[in-house]
Design a protein around this ligand. Structure first.
Ligand SMILES: [Zn+2]
Length: 116
């Protein structure tokens, strides 16, 4: 997973993890990739609801419009409350994983919900 990491100082690709830090054998630089990413503005992407509020794991949201469920005749009605969402990048625009009462586990798009 982390094999693409390079030393941010000298660009050496032979870096290796040492606890929470990464070490560079070329220039002896030590750094924390998570912090480096945050400094570069590459921290976890914020997922926002239809009103622009930042969503978090465990939030309760309300579906703002009827959503047809692909491959079924079921519809998630606008106004449905969804508890305990989990943010997950589905890679297809669906960035919220949740369980909807009466329907089950599914993924939603953050643009179709509003923080309750
Ligand atoms: Zn280096």
């Amino acid at each position: 997973m982390d094999s693409h990491l390079k030393c941010p100082v000298c660009g050496c690709e032979h870096v290796y993890p040492d606890g929470a830090l990464w070490m560079c054998p070329e220039c002896a630089h030590e750094w924390n990739p998570a912090e480096t990413a945050a400094e570069n503005g590459e921290a976890a992407v914020e997922i926002r609801d239809a009103n622009g509020n930042v969503l978090a794991d465990g939030d309760t949201v309300t579906v703002i419009k009827d959503l047809k469920i692909k491959g079924s005749s079921m519809v998630v009605k606008g106004g449905t409350k969804v508890k305990n969402i989990r943010l997950s990048d589905g890679g297809d625009g669906h960035d919220i994983a949740c369980k909807i009462p009466g329907i089950g586990a599914m993924n939603l798009k953050s643009g179709f919900v509003r923080k309750a």
